[in-house]
Every structure is written in C-alpha cells, then in structure tokens.
Design a protein around this ligand. Structure first.
Ligand SMILES: [Zn+2]
Length: 291
C-alpha cells in the first residue's frame, strides 16, 4: 500500500461494521497496556482503579441520517439526527492521562423512553466489561442519573463498587433521612492554599422509599474557595465512609470529570483518528507520570 486511506474513506468502511467487532482489538490493546505496566500509579483505593462512565454525542446532523439515528424534532419543523455513546474511561485524581475502554452505542430501539436508551446501554457496557475483564478491580464513578435501584443492583451483581452522584432534587428521601439522623457526622479540613473542605456523611441510608433495602453510604461535600465561592457535591457509595477517607473519596468522585475534560473534549477538538492514536501511544509507552 503506497498511501493510507483518507479518514473519510476509513469512516465509510467503519460505518458498515458492527462496533462489537472492534472489541477483541481493544481487549488486546488493554492487555498490552497492562503487560507494559502502563497502569502503574493508577491504583486509587485498595488496589482498585477508578472507571468513569458517562454519555456523549459523537454525531449530529440536520441532513445526514440513518435508520439507527435518534431524532430531535424542533418547533420550527426541522429535525436533528444524532448518535450517542457511553464512554468508559480509567481515570485517577492525580493523573492527567486517561485510558478509554470500549464505548457502548446508545441505541434508539433500546426502549420507549429516552432514559431507557442510556440505562440499557450501561447494562451492556458493564456486563461486557466484567466478562472481558473478570479480575479487574474497579470502582465505578458516575453522575446522579446512575443512582437508581436497578443500576445499583446491577453494579453489585457484577462486584463493582461505586461512587455515584446524588442530587437533593432526585433523592429527597435520602437527604431527609440524613438531615433527621442523630448519627450524621461533620468534618472540616483547611488547606494551605486557603481552601476549606467541609463534609457531612452517614453510612447505611436507604436509597429511597422504593429501594428501602438498598443501604447507601452518603457523602456530602462543600468546597469553600479563597474567593468566597462555595461548590457543592453529594454522592452515594457502597464504600464505607470514614473520617480517614473523606478526602480520598471526594477526590475520586471528582475525577469523574476527566471523562469530559480529558476524553470527550479531546476527541471533539482534535481529529478523531489522530487523538485516538496519541492516547493509545502514550498509554503504552509511558506509565502515568504524575505519581
Ligand atoms: Zn444514524
């Protein structure tokens, strides 16, 4: 071959392919990464790596579409056709590098309601991940859409510990329980740079009325910045929350954003072929340099 095909040509060829055919290739790359100790320094807690899972769009057009496209009908009569996927990326709070694993397409025929599309894609992603990596020790971090009974039970069945977002608006029962409990603990740490980290936590809180048996450990966090601004987060986890791991759990949960900043945005702002190549090359040649 004298010339590599153009990316348009590659896309035309790949469009015909069922994404599942790419799984063995990705598994081989991941095995090489492990053998080359590319994940050294990535262990986050008790030998577990952190995996961030989130949805993103990768195609959108008002003119080009296929039978599998999701559609958004606008008031002015036009239609946007789009495709989305769930990404799964190994992240670490201290490392700029991320390692994407096989993404899962979010498909329209997955269910009548739009929420079903994403939760069914998550089911497939996690089941495939566990089948392909039965011994990989992982802690899953996801946004508040994931903190629902069926998803949490699926994570538990696959032996995947988790830290998931929890919003007062979606989890009123849980927040009321925490507010009413006499055992809710509070802690505060000051950092040299002028940041104050304030925590409120309680272990063994029912997720909601419908899943009363599903006991979560609750962690709420407020970051007071030197300029007076306050950022608020709250999570549920099956990891025991203790005074000694408050900062670690908070930093792990916030590393979730690396799937947006270091993965999806990188893929969007660079040509998709070149960025994927560079991520893979980096990950194999150099272990994490941040530790
Ligand atoms: Zn399409």
């Amino acid at each position: 071959m004298e010339h590599a095909s153009s990316d348009t040509r590659f896309r035309e060829r790949l469009d015909e392919l069922d994404p599942s055919h790419l799984r063995p290739l990705c598994k081989t790359l991941f095995a090489q990464l492990q053998r080359a100790k590319g994940l050294e320094g990535f262990a986050y807690l008790d030998g577990h790596d952190l995996i961030s899972i989130d949805g993103t769009g990768y195609f959108s057009s008002q003119t080009i579409h296929c039978a599998q496209c999701a559609e958004k009908h606008h008031r002015n009569g036009t239609t946007t056709y789009y495709h989305q996927m769930l990404g799964a990326v190994l992240v670490h709070p201290d490392c700029a590098e991320v390692f994407p694993l096989v993404p899962e397409p979010i498909l329209k025929p997955d269910g009548a309601r739009k929420n079903d599309w994403e939760s069914n894609a998550a089911k497939r992603l996690l089941t495939d991940l566990r089948r392909e990596h039965p011994h990989l020790k992982l802690i899953v971090v996801e946004d508040a859409l994931a903190s629902n009974g069926p998803h949490i039970r699926h994570l538990q069945a696959l032996d995947l510990p988790f830290i998931l977002g929890a919003k007062p608006s979606d989890h009123a029962f849980l927040f009321d329980w925490v507010a009413a409990s006499a055992h809710t603990a509070e802690a505060s740490f000051d950092e040299e740079k002028g940041f104050r980290h304030r925590f409120r936590d309680l272990n063994g809180v029912p997720l909601n009325h419908a899943n009363f048996d599903l006991e979560m450990n609750f962690l709420e966090y407020r970051e007071h910045a030197p300029d007076g601004s306050i950022t608020h987060f709250s999570w549920v986890t099956d990891l025991l929350v203790e005074d000694s791991n408050l900062m670690t759990l908070m930093r792990g949960a916030r590393a979730r954003w690396k799937i947006e900043n270091e993965t999806f945005n990188t893929l969007e702002t660079k040509a998709i072929t070149s960025s994927t190549t560079s991520v893979t090359a980096n990950s194999i040649s150099a272990p994490c340099s941040c530790t």
